[in-house]
Structure formats: structure tokens, C-alpha cells
Write a new protein. Structure first.
Length: 75
């Protein structure tokens, strides 16, 4: 899975579970940051959502699930 694939999965999941638009969730999510597996062996990606508290909480909830299913991604 690539960063773009993960971002698409995030957006689809948020639209399906919470509602709203794909564009809106992309703005809240921001970009997926990828780190080296050597320095981050358990999960090599991170996001920094911004927006309203409820939006950020929803993104973080989905992120927790996706970290369990897709901890390592490609650039």
C-alpha cells in the first residue's frame, strides 16, 4: 500500500462512516507522512489532521484502526 492508497482508504472510510464529502475529509486529513522503517519499525506513517475537534477525533479514530491493519506502507 502506498501513501496515496492509504489516503484514499482514509477518505472512503470517513465518508462511509461519518458522512460529508471526500474533498472535506482530504482537507481535514492533510498529507500522509512516511518515515523510514529503520527508525519507525512498528508504524512508518503519520497524519496531522486539522479542523474542528469532532473532525479530528473521527480522523484519529480511523487512523487507530488503519494503523493496526496497515502499519507499514510504501512511499
Amino acid at each position: 500500500m502506498t501513501a496515496a492508497d492509504l489516503r484514499d482508504l482514509f477518505v472512503r472510510t470517513l465518508v462511509r462512516q461519518v458522512g460529508g464529502t471526500a474533498r472535506g475529509w482530504r482537507l481535514v486529513m492533510g498529507e500522509v507522512k512516511i518515515y523510514s522503517v529503520e527508525t519507525h519499525p512498528h508504524c512508518n506513517w503519520a497524519i496531522t489532521p486539522s479542523g474542528r475537534a469532532r473532525e479530528i477525533a473521527e480522523v484519529e479514530r480511523v487512523a487507530d484502526d488503519l494503523r493496526l491493519r496497515h502499519p507499514i506502507i510504501r512511499g
